[in-house]
Design a protein around this ligand. Structure first.
Ligand code: IVH
Length: 681
């Protein structure tokens, strides 16, 4: 690259970064991923390093990036709120460690010494400065440009996790103390908030970070107060230690303890690391738990633990030399919609699915994303050809978060769900937000999904009858409804690809073995709309037999706790349908007889308990143990919280058990649990 080229590139990169800063910090509407932004910044840094005289005084690399929005008073921070260099690769984290060692002259010794680091989650929220005078919260501000932020004191006061007065259990905080922390919205509260906004016809937030930022910077403080923001503190930026006494926090670890003692919400899930390897292990550990955390974390921050050593290492212009952010792979990426296709589900619901230009999102190639329904398409104004932000979280189907309208090409096409089912051509009707094919199980797409659901694990659990076999059975017209499965003979099955004597025998044995299903599993298997495994259990517990349930009225169904009008209507509708009644009769004739379990009477051993299972079980599969707990009155939860009363832990239990111990919950092994419910196992 010639110097002229470099000059032009520096100008381009600076413009782009400034623009993205504005969108991110001021408008809360970023249009590129963090990874892409970091790349721009690093490209610019590299060029400026190569050609130092091209570095302009107002280059984005020369200041802590950010911006201010009109409406809030601007305040100068007590201390500047620095930013962190961020890394994506393990090799870069190792380079950081090398630099630290070199800076401390540790690289020349004969014995490899290790640096003590504090590794903390990197909260994906909004950085704030909290100022206390004589222990009283007097002022709080957003990060702004790092030097000057917005005064959001009144908004911050509404956050319960921020003490309005420092507790006296900590060291004395005379004069002025400045604390740094991160404001965020727990994911459950985020989901609730977005649901509410959509219901009120408002625009939901694209992600939790934007929701936290948007909520904190409300001019109407009561809005901030009504949403459940949280705040984690992680740094005491300015503190006058009393003369001649030992400094109360010579390390980052001690500093976190002091913050905790002062009454701040401080993350417990941090790790004091002896050397970088342990910090890398913490990164891997947290990444593995990412989906189960209560709030959004986008990496870890690795900090030299000893504060005197921090001071020795010092600063660069934007960031300290003693800390880095080692980020997780991004979960959101930007890509393009090539087409929109329609899928027909088990209950006849038409789902629009965006076909995407394949893009890597946290290590997985994503080429399809759900658009949920027509209302969502309209609300987000999604068109074919649009550039969109897609998001992948855990095992959930990737979804389109938002359209980047400024990238919309001329001729981008609107999309409407069809008025005829794309599979069977029948009429499509609209029910609430859903578009439904009216052809029921005569629609091949619905029938295929219906039968696959019937045979799956947790339902009738017919071994050897997976999706491919079901497809062939339908294509060859060997099966037209659920009851036909029980009429299959070797003469039918031999027609299927890949079926020989042994596999035929196995499949027929599997079908035979499914004839005595547990009543609740049978109900779940029927694929009645709104009847998942939980509702199926409620129904099975309430109605002793299929015969009773078949005649239930919507009113009698609603008498069951946990069953509302919509579910009651759907169940009643299913059993009133003559076609369904016929299939049920034929199933019964073929020998399919659901088994009802005897209900325990009187007070139950686990009434009022909330139970979590973690790790392996030796005497029964996990769902059976959960059911056992429920039959004895317990509610089974999926994650650890303070509300949980019993944790049943088996071999291989990991982070949930750790969390349970930390919260001091009652932990039982399988034997003790079985004893409690009076079951010999
Ligand atoms: S320490 C000088 N610790 O990440 C040290 N920052 O990319 C300054 N952040 O602007 C920051 N969690 O808003 C630190 N445990 C943590 C953090 C954290 C999130 C944010 C912070 C900062 C950004 C840097």
């Amino acid at each position: 690259m010639t110097k002229t080229d470099a000059k032009q590139r520096v100008a381009e990169l600076s413009d782009q970064i400034r623009e993205h800063d504005h969108r991110y910090y001021v408008l809360d509407k970023p249009t590129i991923s963090d990874a892409a932004y970091d790349k721009l910044m690093r490209d610019l840094q590299a060029l400026e390093q190569e050609y130092p005289d091209l570095r302009l005084q107002d280059s984005p690399t020369q200041r802590v990036s950010g911006g201010l929005r009109a409406g809030f008073k601007k305040v100068k921070h007590v201390r500047s709120l620095l930013s962190l260099d961020s890394l994506m690769e393990e090799s870069e984290a190792r380079e950081f460690d090398e630099r630290v060692k070199k800076g401390l002259g540790m690289d020349e010794g004969l014995f490899a010494e290790e640096v003590a680091y504090m590794a903390e989650p990197k909260f994906d929220g909004l950085s704030v400065e909290l100022v206390y005078e004589d222990g009283v919260f007097t002022r709080g501000s957003t990060r702004g440009d790092g030097e000057v932020g917005e005064d959001v004191t009144e908004n911050l006061r509404t956050i319960r996790a921020i003490p309005l007065r420092l507790r006296e259990e900590g060291p004395p905080a005379r004069d002025r103390v400045a604390i740094r922390g991160e404001v965020l919205i727990p994911l459950a509260a985020f989901a609730e908030l977005n649901g509410k906004l959509i219901a009120e016809g408002e625009e939901p937030f694209a992600n939790a970070r934007n929701a936290a930022a948007g909520t904190l910077r409300q001019l109407d403080v009561s809005i901030t107060g009504s949403r459940k923001l949280d705040c984690f503190a992680y740094e005491i930026m300015s503190y006058d230690a009393p003369a001649r006494s030992p400094h109360p926090f010579p390390t980052q670890q001690a500093m976190l303890d002091v913050l905790r003692a002062w009454g701040f919400h401080v993350e417990d899930n941090v790790k004091l690391c002896h050397g970088l390897e342990q910090a890398l292990a913490f990164h891997a550990h947290l990444l593995e738990r990412r989906e189960r955390l209560a709030y959004e974390v986008d990496g870890i921050v690795i900090k030299v633990n000893d504060r005197a050593v921090q001071t020795r290492l010092g600063m660069r212009s934007r960031s300290p030399r003693w800390a880095v952010a080692y980020k997780f792979p991004p979960r959101e990426e930007i890509t393009q919609i090539l087409d929109i296709v329609v899928q027909v589900g088990r209950t006849g619901k038409l789902t629009p699915v965006a076909q995407l230009k394949p893009v890597d999102v946290s290590g997985v190639t994503v080429s399809r994303a759900t658009l949920h329904n027509q209302d969502e398409i309209d609300r987000k104004d999604v068109r074919i050809g649009d550039t969109v932000r897609v998001r992948r979280a855990g095992d959930v189907i990737p979804e389109v978060v938002e359209v980047l309208k400024e990238h919309r090409p001329v001729g981008a096409r609107r999309f409407e769900l069809p008025i005829k089912c794309p599979v069977c051509g029948s009429e499509v009707v609209r029910e609430g937000a859903a578009h439904l094919c009216t052809n029921g199980l005569a629609c091949p797409a619905q029938l295929e999904r219906h039968i696959t659901h019937f045979t799956m694990r947790g339902a009738m659990d017919i071994a050897g009858l997976g999706g491919k076999t079901v497809k062939q059975l339908l294509e060859k017209s060997l099966v037209k409804d659920l009851a036909d499965l029980y009429q299959l003979t070797p003469i039918h099955l031999v027609q299927l690809d890949g079926f020989a004597e042994k596999s035929i025998e196995n499949l027929l044995a599997g079908i035979e073995a499914s004839k005595k299903p547990r009543f609740d599993r049978f109900l779940f298997a029927l694929g009645i709309e709104h009847v998942g495994d939980t509702v199926a259990r409620l129904l099975a517990d309430h109605f002793g037999s299929l015969a009773e349930l078949r005649e239930a009225t919507p009113e009698s169904l609603q008498e069951i706790r946990g069953i509302g009008p919509e579910v009651a209507e759907s169940v009643h509708h299913f059993f009133a349908n003559p076609r369904n009644r016929k299939v049920l009769d034929r199933l019964q004739k073929a020998g399919v007889k659901p088994v009802t379990e005897a209900r325990p009477t009187g007070p139950r051993a686990l009434d009022g308990e909330i139970v979590v299972f973690t790790g392996g079980l030796e005497t029964m599969p996990r769902p059976d143990a959960q059911r056992l707990a429920e039959r004895h009155g317990a509610r089974v939860a999926g994650s650890i919280s303070k509300k949980v009363t019993i944790v049943v832990a088996g071999p291989g239990a990991g982070s949930k058990l750790e969390d349970a111990r930390r919260l001091g919950l009652r932990v039982l092994d399988e034997r003790a649990f079985l004893k409690l419910v009076g079951d010999k196992g």
